[in-house]
Design a protein around this ligand. Structure first.
Ligand code: SF4
Length: 332
């Protein structure tokens, strides 16, 4: 494939992705139930771009992140990396794309091997893929430590000797050492102290520029998403209900669910009053998804049509898609 063609392709393309999990019944007489964790999602991510995926816990965003990296097989649908479908991947293609795609997890301590020194953890992906000589690999470890702002003093330390922020920096260094094009960040700072969160988010932004990375940034923290993302997709019960560029979404959300999430962001100025939309109750179970619009059980604007007819994600305004029958009401 020519370079010109490759430049036109999105780095990552997800097409109508579905992941359902079958749960056994409590007894041999009860029917198995199906958890519809991801229920028909499509999006594209371009090289060097940051797409935020937001939504409450249990909306399927982490499952979607694993599917996007081929860490789990979809029930149906397709994921393409630089135009190549995962379903057609040979072992060699997987070996190559494993280097191109990496993940940063929420639980940095759990992601590290407690018996390995920092240097070995960062060097391990190079050892597995047989990249460079021993001396080259050690040099790369030092470069990665510098890139993530860790002193070389920590080289021979073990994970339990590091702070949470330092552990997450080691996880980031380990993900970066293979020089990937895409990193899926699954709640990368939510387990850290607030003071450290900002440092790690700023580090991710700096590394994106330095290494020309694309991020799929999964988070329930809208403040952080607003800071780092260019585009945002809002997920509710396994589906995307709104997508827009970050600034537009935060300034003027269209879908009632996005409006409720954004209105709940605390404003650090007691003199500013906002009309807060309160979300009633918990999200329904993904085993028993409501008919029609899946948000209708919690939506303050639901009408009869919402209970019977499922709204599709559609273009409402320039570059803005929303899955709500009445999204135009909030465009002006
Ligand atoms: Fe609310 Fe109806 Fe829009 Fe769903 S379709 S978000 S229930 S107004």
């Amino acid at each position: 494939m020519s370079d010109a063609r490759t430049d036109d392709l999105p780095l990552l393309e997800v097409r109508d992705l579905v992941r359902h999990f079958r749960l056994r019944g409590k007894s041999i007489f009860s029917k198995p139930s199906v958890v519809r964790a991801v229920d028909g999602i499509s999006f594209q991510l371009r090289a060097g771009e940051t797409l935020g995926i937001v939504g409450e816990s249990g909306c399927g965003k982490s499952t979607m992140g694993r599917l996007a990296l081929g860490m789990d097989d979809p029930t149906s649908g397709d994921v393409r990396f630089e135009g190549r479908s995962f379903s057609d991947h040979s072992i060699q293609a997987w070996r190559k794309d494993r280097c191109n795609m990496q993940m940063i997890f929420q639980d940095s301590y759990g992601a590290l091997d407690p018996r390995m020194s920092v240097a070995r953890q960062i060097r391990e992906p190079l050892d597995i893929h047989g990249i460079g000589s021993i001396a080259d690999r050690d040099k790369q470890v030092d470069e990665m430590l510098d890139a993530v702002g860790l002193s070389r003093v920590v080289r021979e330390r073990f994970p339990h000797e590091l702070s949470g922020g330092q552990q997450q920096r080691v996880v980031i260094a380990r993900a970066l050492v293979l020089r990937p094009k895409l990193i899926v960040c699954d709640e990368p700072v939510s387990a850290l102290d607030v003071s450290v969160q900002a440092q790690v988010v700023n580090l991710l932004a700096k590394l994106q520029e330095q290494f020309q990375l694309a991020y799929l940034f999964i988070s329930h923290d809208l403040g952080i998403v607003r800071h780092i993302c260019e585009r945002v997709a809002v997920m509710y019960l396994g589906k995307i209900v709104e997508t827009a560029d970050c600034r537009t979404l935060f300034d003027k959300p269209l879908h009632p669910y996005s409006r409720a999430l954004i209105s709940a962001i605390p404003i650090p100025d007691p003199d500013i009053q906002t009309d807060r939309l309160i979300l009633e109750g918990d999200p329904p179970s993904p085993v028993d998804i409501p008919s029609g619009c899946r948000f209708h059980t919690r939506c303050a604007f639901a009408e009869a049509k919402c209970r019977n007819e499922e709204p599709q994600l559609r273009l409402v305004e320039d570059g803005r898609h929303a899955a709500c029958h009445f999204a135009e009401r909030w465009t002006s």
